[in-house]
Design a binder for this molecule. Structure first.
Ligand code: G16
Length: 544
């Protein structure tokens, strides 16, 4: 059955070409043909071969089920032999990545707007992952984007909605649709990576934790793995039922949106470990009793200890981090004599490095950490690796952080976000900044002198593709830096992110206040970019 397209706008309008997925308000997605245009554009670009398998799942947010039913009919009309769907339409992003790999699927549709809020007036999203389980690379997302601009029809079959809550197989036209347990394959994979016995022993000797699933997709995974398999007492997992609106919260595991967890961890009743994950389960937050660990530090600390976990013994070939992520991981790589790759922001840039065995662990400042076990960042995986390390080393998070800094030094780090600013002003700020780069070296800002300033470009070491304009870096002579980028994931106006970093030697001030340590970098960032002048804002909305 062929449907003619009537939607006047192209789905991607307003999003940069190459953005991994489509992310818009639910109301936008509810327009007739809107999601269908995007899904058909994906199918037109990837052209499923005979026998092809497609995975479909999402984070359970509002509008998930409607789009899944439509996507199943469209997959049938586009010739997929088999479609694998998580029960209830649920699959966390890392679980979807694993299912794609395990069952040899040609790709998958993941329905999520990640950490953005959900509900009728909030956000929705769809992204396509390729056969390696990872986000589609820019060559594919660019082709999908181009196709959305010319598409004039989409294909579907006439079939009723199927029961998404019943495990088993049904036929939709000539396609077999299998409803899978969304947790089972993922939980089994985790058991092969980590020393569950060591963690169980630590739990039975009194180690406690709180895991905040934030009303989002990781609830069922965390109940099964942490409470059922590892023996943490019931109630360890809070907000563990995926809700269409995430209980009205913003499922972003940071110090603003996971404030309750932070307060608990800083108070007298703190358990040994506090952790949280986001809407689709790929991000993580780690807080020890009285000790918050930045995502950049978490990457470095996990990398330095990853060989403790059984599946990684003798296997750390390299580390990869996104450019705005702090250089803490680089110190570990240097000490271990292995490479550390600096990629643009976006998990898709890690795919080639992981496929080629050049990197074993990857991470980003935006609270994503993962390894070559799947091709997405993985929130629960990071929590389990922390647990495995703490269980074997027999120390607390705070002790581990302090011993890490005493060995490698500490990268003080903060990100300042200016949210929902006018897009024209944001573009003007970035354009002016870029034009000013050549004149910056040698200039001084308080005690800081600019050593180097550029617009970050990346050449993929595997396929040699080049990605330009990936953020502005200003490096100072003392080794500190500021980085400026516009977010690619916001759905309202523009979000300016300013990343601030300063390194302190092992014998320096290792336990100082971050804001005080970054005082000069903060002042320099405003002076260099004219943030207040362009945005009218004198302070960031969010500091992480
Ligand atoms: C997505 C990507 C991440 C990336 C983040 C950047 O995260 O998957 O790899 O770090 O966007 O966000 P922004 O452009 O807003 O800084 P997620 O968790 O939203 O899928």
């Amino acid at each position: 059955m062929i449907r003619t397209v009537t939607v006047p706008t192209t789905p991607y309008e307003g999003q940069a070409p190459g953005t991994s997925g489509l992310r818009k308000k639910v109301r936008v997605f509810q327009q007739p043909n809107y999601a269908e245009n995007f899904i058909q554009s994906v199918f037109d670009v990837v052209r499923p071969a005979p026998g092809a398998v497609l995975v479909i799942g999402g984070d359970g947010r509002f509008h998930n089920r409607e789009v899944i039913q439509q996507a199943i009919r469209m997959a049938a009309a586009n010739g997929y032999a088999r479609v694998l769907v998580g029960r209830g339409g649920i699959l966390s992003t890392p679980a979807a990545s694993h299912v794609i790999r395990k069952y040899g699927a040609s790709g998958g549709l993941i329905l999520s707007a990640s950490h953005n809020p959900g509900g009728p007036d909030e956000d929705f999203g769809i992204k396509y992952n390729i056969a390696n389980g990872g986000p589609a690379p820019e060559s594919v997302t660019g082709a999908i984007h181009a196709r959305t601009e010319t598409i004039d029809r989409w294909l579907t079959v006439k079939a009723d909605d199927i029961d998404l809550d019943k495990l088993g197989e049904v036929r939709v036209a000539d396609t077999t649709v299998a409803i899978l347990d969304p947790v089972a394959d993922y939980a089994e994979l985790m058991e092969t990576l980590f020393d569950f016995d060591a963690i169980r022993a630590m739990v039975s000797s009194g180690f406690t934790m709180r895991f905040d699933a934030m009303g989002a997709v990781t609830g069922p995974y965390a109940h099964e793995i942490l409470e059922k398999r590892l023996g943490f007492e019931q109630g360890t997992v809070v907000h563990g039922t995926p809700l269409e609106d995430f209980g009205g919260h913003h499922p972003d595991p940071n110090l603003i949106h996971a404030r309750d967890l932070y307060d608990l961890m800083m108070g007298p009743d703190a358990p040994d470990l506090g952790a949280a994950s986001d809407g689709d389960g790929d991000r993580n937050l780690i807080i020890g009793r009285g000790r918050f660990v930045t995502p950049s530090d978490s990457l470095a600390m996990l990398a330095a200890n990853i060989e403790i976990a059984p599946a990684y013994r003798g296997r750390l070939t390299g580390i990869a981090r996104s450019m705005p992520t702090s250089g803490a991981a680089d110190r570990v790589a240097t000490a271990f004599g292995i490479p550390c790759y600096e990629t643009p922001t976006g998990w898709k840039f890690f795919g080639n490095l992981l496929d080629a065995g050049k990197a074993t662990i990857c991470g980003e400042e935006s609270a994503g950490t993962g390894s070559d076990h799947v091709r997405e960042k993985d929130g629960l995986w990071a929590v389990l690796l922390w647990l495995n390390i703490l269980a074997v080393r027999g120390i607390s998070v705070d002790e581990l952080a302090k011993s890490h800094w005493a060995r490698f030094g500490r990268n003080y780090y903060a990100r300042h976000d200016y949210e929902a600013i006018d897009k024209t002003n944001a573009d003007a700020l970035m354009a002016e900044l870029k034009a000013a780069l050549p004149a910056l070296p040698g200039k001084t800002f308080g005690p800081l002198t600019v050593a180097h300033a550029d617009s970050f470009a990346y050449t993929d070491p595997v396929d040699h593709s080049v990605s330009e304009n990936q953020g502005i870096r200003v490096l100072f002579e003392d080794g500190s830096r500021v980085v400026f980028r516009l977010s690619g994931t916001g759905t309202q106006g523009a979000t300016l992110r300013v990343y601030l970093e300063r390194y302190e030697q092992p014998l320096g001030h290792l336990d100082a206040e971050t804001a005080a340590m970054l005082e000069h970098q903060i002042a320099a960032a405003d002076a260099i970019a004219g943030i207040a002048r362009h945005t009218g804002r004198t302070a960031p909305d969010v500091i992480t």
